[in-house]
Design a protein around this ligand. Structure first.
Ligand code: KG4
Ligand code: ZN
Length: 353
């Protein structure tokens, strides 16, 4: 079985081919990515209309390149999976439209995939892959969530973002420090040169019950620290800038680690999967590896390239949901808002030979 995956929910155009072997193992055959970072950099953030137009320009050539890289004839797939949401509606519609057209032309089903399901299944492409059940920490530009995963489509949200998502907090703080878009990864680089103990920033929510996240208080604290540290001309000394970056990163990482450990303890789960763009953060990885391992648990990540948006996770989710392809799927779904808990397990796949 082979599935083409298409991701266009935000500012990366991702295309990939994944296969499931006779023994049930999943395999990545090829993946291609075009990042729109340069396109949006001048505007300091993603411009939705420009994103849609660029997806339209890049998508078909990327599909061709993916088949060529895999050495597979164009159209030799069992389904075309695409991100149907959540995301920017125009960007989603480009992926949905192209995927549906290709699927129709090739006589195979088009499978709408939930973007966050793609993120949380992504570590299954790695070796060793986590076995279910596991706890997933999903930290991206739009989400900070803790999800209990009992199987494909069996998701229970244990904690969610009350305001800014973790990635959003990284991006906004980066902007405050004068770093260009995309700020999150740049702030992480700057933080490596800073002293994380110089500024005592709040660890949001750690004194509160439950497993939800809130980062707006931290954002305000950073803003005050920047204002206080700035010179008369409003600029920050380079070391001060790095120290604020490091102190901010430490506060976010502390919060994510503490919440994850609490959720592991509460659920009795031993495996933690970390996915989404912030999962690429090295300090978060280092701390989680240390703290979860010392409690006898194990942490799983996608490779850094598959932490951020990509087509491989969508192709993989499509493979896991091939059973749904037998249902009468409404064509071209684009759902800007879509709760992960609304998903159901896939139907049994019909295996053809
Ligand atoms: O999953 P993703 O690519 O897109 C969404 O679905 O949102 O996540 C992007 C987010 C951005 O907010 C970006 O700043 C953040 O992930 N990010 C990072 C790092 N790499 C990406 N944040 C902290 N450290 C990083 N190394
Ligand atoms: Zn994402």
């Amino acid at each position: 079985m082979r599935v083409l995956g298409i991701e266009t929910s935000c500012d990366e155009t991702g295309v990939a081919l994944c296969a499931r072997d006779a023994d049930g193992a999943v395999r990545l055959l090829a993946h291609q990515l075009f990042s729109q970072v340069d396109l949006h950099a001048a505007f300091g953030g993603v411009v939705p209309e420009l994103a849609s137009r660029d997806h339209l320009r890049r998508l078909v050539p990327l599909v061709r390149a993916t088949f060529a890289e895999a050495g597979v004839a164009e159209g030799e797939v069992d389904a075309v999976a695409y991100t149907a949401g959540p995301g920017l509606v125009g960007a989603l519609m480009v992926g949905a439209g192209v995927a549906s057209a290709l699927a129709y032309a090739w006589g195979v089903p088009a499978l709408p995939v939930h973007h966050m399901e793609g993120h949380l299944l992504a570590p299954l492409l790695e070796d060793p892959a986590p076995t279910m059940p596991f706890l997933a920490l999903l930290v991206s530009g739009g989400h900070s969530m803790l999800v209990r995963v009992d199987g494909v489509g069996r998701y229970t949200t244990l904690g969610d973002t009350l305001d800014d998502a973790a990635g959003e907090a990284f991006d906004k703080t980066a902007k405050l420090l004068g770093l260009p878009y995309p700020g999150g990864p740049r702030l992480a680089v700057l933080a490596e040169e800073g002293d994380p103990k110089r500024y005592r920033l709040p660890r949001p929510m750690l004194d509160r019950p439950g497993l939800d996240f809130s980062f707006s208080g931290l954002k305000t604290a950073v803003m005050l620290a920047v204002r206080e540290a700035a010179g008369d001309d409003g600029t920050l000394a380079p070391q001060t800038r790095a120290d604020i970056a490091a102190s901010f990163q430490a506060a976010v990482v502390d919060t994510l680690v503490a919440r994850s450990l609490k959720a592991l303890k509460q659920t009795g789960l031993e495996r933690l999967v970390v996915a989404g763009g912030v999962g690429a953060n090295r300090e978060l990885r280092r701390r989680l590896a240390e703290e979860v391992a010392s409690r006898g648990g194990a942490v799983y990540y996608p490779r850094p390239a598959f932490c951020t948006d990509n087509g491989a996770m969508i192709a993989l989710a499509g493979l896991c949901r091939l059973g749904d392809a037998t249902a009468d799927l409404p064509t071209m779904q684009a759902r800007p808002r879509w709760k992960l808990d609304e998903l159901a397990p896939p139907r049994e796949a019909h295996v053809h030979h």
